[in-house]
Write a protein that binds this ligand. Structure first.
Ligand SMILES: *Cc1c(COP(=O)(O)O)cnc(C)c1O
Length: 389
């Protein structure tokens, strides 16, 4: 048996749309399929304005431009995230200030944000890890009181909600990723959500190399020119055509992924009761969107041994983020604060295989192997029996 970590869902329809798009004569950005994708996201989730990008990293870079981040501005974000969250702001000269996560959920701790706010703080970036919502009521309240921007890195969080509101629609800006490891995919790809109409026009300008080309095509100006800084953040329409297939299949994709998530949860809860490991904690304001399934184990050593054990059974499990604050690039720029929850999650999170087509029997096989790992009475595994704190 070989169970990979991820198996991208690529139906034949993807190629039909890509070919149809190409035969129509336009494959550059902002074509027919890009518009179809935009319409879907605006209608389905009620986002005020969306723009497809070549990646979530690019969408994050656009948010840094939209917040007018300048050298010396401080941006607070979790250390337990992908480097793109930080890169986007470092590229504008920001000082990135890393906050610790909560003890039970690997999401940014609002109390830590509050402590790190200074007069130089310009933005707070939150990451809804594995699609589980951050505490947006508290975070938006802090942002309002201090007059700072909130950017939601919702790379994991499509079709997930905070008290009924779609993630990515709550802060000033939100970003999705369509990288092949996310819920819906286009290989590389992303989406920017602009939730405040005030920034809509500038977002379009930044998206198209600093030009007012979008206004020109709507007939609002009679020539288009260079009016601001920007870049080429829009993807080819072929990428949008590929993504559109995923949109056509959206409900089916989401229902299979949520099923996989709850299958894991149901079976692993039993191992949690034995004290072997911990399942994700779903806050009462959050929802599950079937992005990834992770467990937390007792120690880093247990995690690495469990990954190795599963590998001997053909199961490909993975660790997740190395803390950014102690990464080779950042360690000498960090202010030295300890981020214990970040370090603990980084050492002990294990991500299990997760994809649309993962069958219930395979999930059971994986959980049985985990159970076997813990219940083996060999002296080398005895120490893993201690309860997870
Ligand atoms: C995947 C991911 C990104 C980057 O997405 P790309 O589309 O690959 O640029 C950013 N932030 C988080 C939290 C991610 O998981």
């Amino acid at each position: 048996m070989h169970i990979p970590f991820n198996k991208p869902f690529i139906p034949w329809l993807s190629f039909r749309f890509m070919i149809r798009g190409a035969l129509s004569g336009t494959i550059a950005g902002n074509g027919r399929y890009t518009k179809k994708c935009h319409t879907f996201f605006e209608k389905r989730f009620g986002f005020a304005k969306v723009l497809m990008t070549t990646s979530c990293s690019d969408a994050l870079e656009m948010t840094a431009l939209l917040c007018r981040i300048e050298p010396g501005d401080e941006v607070i974000m979790p250390s337990f995230t992908f480097m793109s969250t930080a890169n986007a702001f470092l590229l504008r000269g920001a000082k990135v200030v890393f906050a610790d996560t909560l003890p039970d959920v690997p999401n940014i701790d609002p109390a830590a944000i509050e402590q790190l706010i200074t007069p130089k703080t310009k933005a707070i970036v939150v990451v809804h890890y594995s699609g589980l919502a951050c505490d947006m009521d508290r975070i938006m309240d802090i942002a309002r009181r201090h007059g700072v921007f909130v950017v939601e890195d919702a790379a994991h969080a499509i079709d997930s909600y905070h008290r009924g509101r779609p993630l990515g629609s709550i802060g000033h800006f939100g970003t999705f990723s369509f990288h092949e490891t996310k819920n819906i995919i286009s290989g590389e790809g992303g989406l920017l959500m602009v939730n405040d109409r005030e920034f809509e026009k500038r977002a379009e300008i930044i998206w198209e190399k600093g030009t007012n080309r979008a206004s020109f095509f709507r007939g609002e100006v009679d020539k288009y020119g260079w009016v601001d800084i920007g870049s080429s953040y829009l993807p080819s329409d072929s990428v949008a055509a590929f993504l559109f297939t995923q949109i056509v299949r959206f409900d089916r994709i989401q229902s299979s992924r949520k099923k996989v998530w709850w299958n894991y949860y149901g079976l692993l809860k039993q191992l949690e009761q034995k004290g072997y490991l911990k399942c994700p904690v779903v806050p009462d304001f959050a929802t599950v969107n079937g992005n990834i399934f992770y467990i937390t184990v007792h120690s880093g050593e247990t995690r690495d041994n469990l990954i190795a054990f599963l590998k001997t059974h053909g199961i490909h499990a993975l660790f997740h983020y190395l803390p950014l604050h102690s990464s080779p690039y950042f360690i000498d720029k960090h202010d030295g604060r300890e981020l214990p929850n970040t370090d603990r999650f980084s050492a002990t999170i294990l991500r299990l295989p997760f994809y649309n087509a993962l069958r219930k029997s395979q999930v059971k096989f994986i959980v049985d192997r985990i159970n076997e790992f813990y219940s083996s009475k060999s002296p080398s595994t005895d120490k893993y029996l201690s309860p997870v704190s």
